[in-house]
Design a protein around this ligand. Structure first.
Ligand code: SF4
Length: 423
């Protein structure tokens, strides 16, 4: 089916929204130079060798109207990114005929991830461009393995754990200093710095690694942009340690709202502390970090991967929206990333969520923006939310959303500087 025919099936979704969400759920064949080398397992030795090096590339494209979308290679995608041989312009093509859909602007192609420190460490293994965001956000992966893998308990949507095999490392401050200096030098600014990694059943030990790396980051003497710790939900005392260490935000992601799906989709998180305790930890974190400074991500669409879990795709969308409303009610900022199927996860053989799911979910999420006034985190901006449409859709209806946080884009401090630096 070509894109026009698809758009005719979903008249309630703006064309750009439909295109972005379909690109995310389907991936794209990278037939044009795009993105930066990505170290899935965040060290060189652990990176799985593959026949097609495009599997290790990640980046973003800008669609008309300032819509930024994350792209990574999927050899079976109906979409392709191609270069016009006459003009050199980049186009998105699709359908059986591979007809041109729209011209696109490639996102940043950064040099620093392909360079090495004086010790020979790939800088892309120390810091990672975060989801191709155009304001230069970076992530640092500190626990380079996940204990959930040992017992086949990894999250079923997670491709990270199967793209290689790695081991725990200690931060090397000299390596980090060289790498982050290169990042600042090339990018001019950094939208945010996300700390992330695999999980441990001992969550206090997991938190220790975040403190270790935050301290190492400070020891580099370089500027530290807004920071977020994306970690398993911690008990009150450990959350307080993150706050004291200087983290601006924590993100304790529930991923899926429906309780009966937790053991099915997140067996490791279920055994580690379970949904009820996870929610208790989220609420305790708001006491410590303050309303809006605690985030919770949902993998929008993965609920549809379990046969029979919901009567319809729309019912699945309603479930996640219910979870997001619960977050708002408790001062927790709800986020989502569109479920991306390809890439080695346990669920990589499942079909992506039907578009009917997103036709219900996307307007529902925007309705929550209108309903609640929790501020948008400093880490979010329209150019960096490459895996969700929350900022893109909020701009559609200024009358409705003008007073809501999504229209304001509180992208202060360094993220604001990042806009000026790359605009
Ligand atoms: S906790 Fe889940 S999402 Fe995170 S690394 Fe482990 S398996 Fe992947």
């Amino acid at each position: 089916m070509n894109f026009d025919a698809l758009a005719a099936r979903f008249p309630s979704l703006p064309r750009f929204a439909l295109l972005k969400v379909d690109l995310l759920r389907s991936g794209v064949r990278l037939e044009a130079p795009i993105g930066s080398r990505y170290y899935h397992h965040h060290d060189e030795a652990g990176q799985k060798a593959v026949a097609d090096a495009r599997v290790h590339m990640q980046g973003s494209i800008e669609l008309p109207g300032g819509v930024h979308a994350f792209v990574r290679h999927n050899a079976t995608s109906p979409y392709a990114l191609v270069t016009d041989p006459d003009t050199g312009a980049m186009w998105l093509a699709g359908g059986a005929e591979q007809s041109p859909i729209t011209e696109v602007t490639p996102g940043p192609r950064l040099q620093w991830p392909g360079q090495r420190t004086s010790r020979g460490t790939p800088q892309g293994a120390l810091f990672t461009p975060s989801l191709g965001g155009a304001c230069g956000p970076v992530a640092i992966f500190l626990l380079r393995y996940c204990e959930f893998v040992a017992g086949d308990e990894e999250c079923r949507f997670c491709s990270w754990v199967r793209m290689g095999k790695s081991h725990e490392v200690r931060p090397n401050v000299d390596d980090m200093r060289e790498a982050i200096t290169s990042v600042w030098r090339e990018q001019g600014s950094v939208g945010y710095l996300a700390f992330s990694g695999g999980s441990l059943f001992n969550r206090t030990k997991e938190a220790d690694a975040f403190l270790l790396y935050m301290n190492a980051m400070r020891d580099t003497g370089e500027r530290v942009p807004p920071t977020v710790a994306a970690i398993q939900a911690l008990d009150r005392a450990d959350t307080a340690r993150l706050k004291a260490a200087g983290f601006d935000y924590v993100c304790y992601s529930m991923e899926v709202w429906k309780d009966s799906l937790w053991p099915e989709i997140m067996p490791g998180k279920t055994r580690s502390l379970g949904r009820e305790r996870w929610m208790d930890c989220l609420k305790a974190a708001v006491d410590i970090f303050g309303p809006g400074r605690v985030m919770c991500n949902f993998v929008a669409g993965v609920e549809t991967a379990v046969p029979g879990a919901f009567a319809s795709p729309e019912a699945a969308a309603e479930s996640t929206l219910e979870g997001m409303a619960w977050c708002y009610e408790n001062g927790i900022y709800p986020k989502y990333s569109t479920w991306i199927v390809p890439g080695g996860a346990r669920y990589s053989d499942r079909p992506p969520a039907p578009l009917e799911y997103y036709a219900r979910f996307l307007p529902g999420r925007q309705q929550l923006f209108a309903q609640y006034d929790l501020p948008v985190p400093d880490t979010d901006c329209p150019r960096c939310l490459t895996e969700s449409l929350e900022a893109d859709l909020a701009r559609l209806d200024p009358a409705r959303y003008a007073l809501g946080p999504a229209a304001v884009f509180l992208t202060g401090r360094d993220h604001g500087a990042a806009h000026g630096a790359v605009a």
